[in-house]
Structure formats: structure tokens, C-alpha cells
Design a protein around this ligand. Sequence first.
Ligand code: GCU
Length: 461
Amino acid sequence: MMIPFLLALTLMAQPPRFGPNPELQAKTQADHKHLLELLKIESLRPGPSGTPTAPNAANSDEAKVGAYTLPDALTLKNGKKVTNKRDWEVRRKELFEDFDREMYGRTPKKTPKVTWEVTETLKEKKGEIAVVTKKLVGHVDNKEFPSIKIDIQLTLTTPESATKPVPVVLEFGFIFPTRPAPSGYPPAFAPPPGAGKSWQEQVLEKGWGYAILSPASVQADNGAGLREGIIGLVNKGEPRKPDDWGALKAWAWGASRALDYFETDKAVNAKRVAIEGLSRYGKAALVTMIEGLSRYGKAALVTMAYEPRFSIGYIGSSGTGGAKLYRRHFGEQIENVASSGEYHWMGGNFVKYASGALGPNDLPVDAHELVALCAPRPVFISCGSPFVEGNWVDSKGQFLAGVAAGPVYSLLGKKPLPVSEQPKIGESLIESDIAYRQHEGGHTIGPNWPYLLTWAERYWK
Ligand code: GCU
């Protein structure tokens, strides 16, 4: 059941991504080509295939991973070891700069204001639980460039019986098509028959609420849309510069705007909001965690370090560009993410690492440092079974990133993963502030929900 879903996504990620839509495909190719010209790159190396039987299949053999050395999250660029919180603040800024410039692009200093409107309030039932659902639209101020109009779509559902503000799990909704729909709201994902309670019901049973953001209403999930959406609006319809932000950062920006709204809604305890996403949205959830921190800026680093806006991260099968170590030669590779099917997630400079002599070992950072930037806040790295989900996402590479982020958590007085050997499928590491669990299913967070929620309860009770 799950393999075809991941394969479908994988195939979609290979050019051509848009199948029957030649216009979008041509626009994407043109934007990708423009970026290569800006970077003076003639061509990119092709990535391996996500189809295990293909002659150029991605590596799935541990024996062929090879040796690699990760950059040390706790060594400053001047070679000095970070041994205290003050030095970590310096190191953290270095890491932000590297991630901004080379990986995800820079979120603009000034972004337009968003005005939230509740367009509908429904009293309904989710399973046995009476809830209040608000449908919201975030109108993005476009007076600087009126031909791009953005209405962010968000729904918020809280238990009707709640007597005080409740914690909320905010999900980047996996909504197809992953382009802005002409109208409408994120449809609820119907669980497959017999799959038990939906994640939404499980969240409500804890007495919490949930919200679903439509990422595509902020920024399209393709290169063709880079001159539109929030990225296009800020650039007034011009193409991106090589260090401009990519879609992951744009979605993260949308999640931060949703959090702005939660801060004004008495139903929500805005200090207890988790960000959750699967796969490309798992990457976005990770990026959002660090965005939340960076937004608070310098002053906040000291005073607010223990009161960040996003309280918890649920990072589902985020793979390459998310929690998976780039330097581990297994599953999806840099070349896949740099291709015209995926480059829009990243800042433009990232594609350099799939060209000429540059490769993963030349990246100034690796995924463990992205996890480390979430510290001291709790992060749950969730994966499926390689036998069902496949090897593309490299569940071990994600686990090892969690392990390698450990020293930063320890430095900040938090609990790292307790072991450095990947646990067996179904074994939970949920006593630590970096948590990890590989469930028995496929490319979904599904079976991990009860564990995510039990773990979160420690923080939110
Ligand atoms: C493709 C892509 C992955 C991505 C996934 C998804 O498989 O190669 O990097 O995570 O799609 O977003 O579902």
C-alpha cells in the first residue's frame, strides 16, 4: 500500500515532475536554467533513481556507504571548541549563516503583513468529540505588487469543552495538487478503513487542538511558481537571486504567520504549539523550528531561549534536505534535490553542490546541525519501516543526525538520544529530548502518533 505512494512521490520528484502540464514544466525548466546561468554552472550531475530495480538505483547497501566525517556542531569556524552556552550562541549564528546562504536561502528581512480573517466557525464532531473548527484566511498585504494575491489557508480545530487555552499541533497539510488551488480549504485526510483513530482524534483525546496549514497557499511546490507566491511577491515577480529563500523557508514563514494568529486566539495556548510535517513538509517543519528561533533575533537568544514560539517539532520522514545526513551515501542524494523537480525547496546556492567537483563533503554544514539548531526544544524524528517505506528517505541517516545533534542538547542541559545504534523497528526512544521511532508502516507519521503524543505530554502537562 505504502510503497507505491512513496514511489509515486519519488517519481514526481524526478523531472519531469508535472506530467501532463507542459506549461508548468517549461516554466520550471526555464527558471532552473536561469539559476544555473546566474551561478555560471553548465550542468548538474543527475541523481540516482528512486526505483530500486533501476540500473541507476540509489544506494541501499550499508556496505557501500563509505566513510565520512561530519562537521563538528561544537567547533567554531576559528577552530575553538564550544564548551559553554555563550560560545554556542556564537556558533549558532555561524550555523544560521551557513544554512541561510548555502542551503535554504535567506528569509527576507521585511515581509508583508498578514491580516487574518475567520471566514467560518463550525460546531462539529470529530469521532465522539464535539469541536469548534475555524476556517481562516490570511490576507497577505500586496500593495507593493498587486498582481500577486496570496490568501493563506488555515483551519483550526479545538475541543468545544475546553475551559482554557489548549496546546495545538500545527500540520503542514499534504494537499494535492501541491499548487495553490483556486479556492477551498485543506481537505481532511481520510484514514484508510480499519486504520483506527485519525491523528486528529488522538490529539483531541488529549484535550488539545490541531490546525492544518495549506503550504501551497503560501508558496507553490514547484519551480514554476517561484516568481509567484510569497517569494514572488517579495521579489515583485522577478526570479530569485542565488541566496534568496526557497519553498521550505516560505512554508516556514507561513507557519510563523499561523502562530501569529494563534497568539491572538483565546482558544489556543500559543506557547504550546507543535509543528508537524511529513516528508517535504517534515523538512519544512525542521526549517520552521529554526526559523522560529532566528525570528526572535539577537536579544531573544538570551532572554527567550527557553521560551521559543514553536514548542515541539514532529519531523516525519523528512529525508534529504531534512534530517537525513547528506554525507551518508544512501538513498536520496544532493543531485536529486538540486534537480528541476526539487531545487525550489532550497536556496539557489544549494545546487552548486551537485556540479563540478563539489559534493556533499563540501557542504559547510550537515543535517545534524539543523537538528542541533532546534535545541533546547524537543524534536521527534519519525520514520517508517525501510521494508515498507523504502530506503529513499534513509531512516538510519536521520537517526544518525539525531545522534550527532546530541552534544548540543547535552551542552544545553537536555537529553540526547540514549544510544548510537539505530533501534529496531517499533522500538521507541522517547525518554529523551531528541526522540526517535521507526514504525512498521510506510511513508506516513500514522503509527507513530500515539508515541508522539505520549512524549509531548511530558512537556505539555
Ligand atoms: C520525494 C522526494 C523527497 C521528499 C518526498 C516527499 O520522494 O525525493 O525528498 O521528501 O518526495 O515530499 O514526499
